[in-house]
Design a protein. Structure first.
Length: 286
């Protein structure tokens, strides 16, 4: 687990609908995660985040840095992110292994990239630039996949492992994304987990996904719009067996439920985490 990470407990992604209720009720959730892009302009949203931060550890999970772009990083975006990091002192900062900008245009999607030495060099350079600007180690999240590039020369887990070695970044293992990718493009999820360097994994994400049938084929869509699926819980247990107890986050972005539903999902994850903590302590005592 990364230094400075929240203890091995399960938090929730905080969305605007739940902020007022959270501040009123102060439920016993160990930590929260937000998208920094929603708070970079200051104003009432940022004031609410600062109020939340007084009572809870907060993680910043970026969606707009576009680490995989072939262009230069957007320095204005990075500067605004650094300012928010300085103000909120988050427990973790993470971003996606993807790109979303080209030629000065923002495409509003987390787009895939080929896993080649050339793209590794580009992403590594951008990760180093971001980490130097922020003054801290970042976690990079594996994407959900719907296609594979024919000319990729390495697998995704191999790419992430190499990126961590080259830059010192950590890894955010999104177990739901891994399950979605395994079903959509034929990844071996167990082999993927084994390929990731365990000491680099500093956070795990859980979420729900949609199941679509098209032309006789089932496609999973990472929509963050439902409870965590049984198959994802099973894979989560395998991830904890591989990485040990890791701070875990339940994401829910579409068809948002009541806050108590999210807290219930985090409670389930906490129970599984407690089992992993027990196994780790038993192993150390043996």
């Amino acid at each position: 687990m990364l230094a400075g990470a929240p203890w091995a407990r399960a938090g929730i992604g905080l969305r605007s609908r739940h902020v007022s209720e959270l501040l009123t009720r102060r439920p016993a959730v160990p930590w929260l995660e937000v998208h920094p892009e929603n708070f970079m302009s200051g104003g009432t949203a940022c004031a609410s985040l600062e109020a939340v931060r007084r009572d809870y550890p907060v993680s910043l999970h970026g969606v707009g840095l576009s680490l995989g772009t072939a262009d230069e990083l957007d320095r204005r975006h990075l500067d605004r992110l650094r300012s928010l990091v300085d103000r909120t002192q988050p427990c973790l900062v993470s971003e996606h292994l993807s790109w979303s900008t080209t030629g000065g245009a923002y495409l509003n999607h987390l787009l895939p990239l080929p896993y080649t030495e050339e793209s590794l060099a580009v992403v590594a350079e951008h990760v180093v630039q971001a980490q130097e600007a922020l003054g801290r180690r970042m976690l990079i999240e594996n994407p959900s996949s719907y296609l594979r590039f024919r000319h990729s020369s390495m697998g995704e887990a191999e790419f992430l492992a190499a990126l961590s070695r080259r830059t010192g970044c950590g890894i955010l293992c999104d177990v739901n994304n891994l399950h979605v990718s395994a079903c959509n493009v034929g990844l071996d999820a167990d082999a993927y987990l084994e390929m990731l360097p365990a000491p680099a994994v500093g956070e795990i994400h859980l979420a729900g996904h949609a199941v679509n049938d098209a032309d006789g084929r089932t496609i999973l869509i990472d929509d963050h719009g439902s409870r965590v699926a049984l198959a994802v819980w099973v894979l989560y247990r395998k991830a904890l067996a591989r990485f040990g107890p890791v701070p875990t986050l339940v994401e829910w972005d579409t068809d948002l439920p009541e806050l108590d539903v999210l807290l219930g999902e985090a409670h389930t994850a906490d129970g599984i985490l407690a089992e992993a903590v027990g196994r780790t302590e038993h192993a150390r005592a043996a």
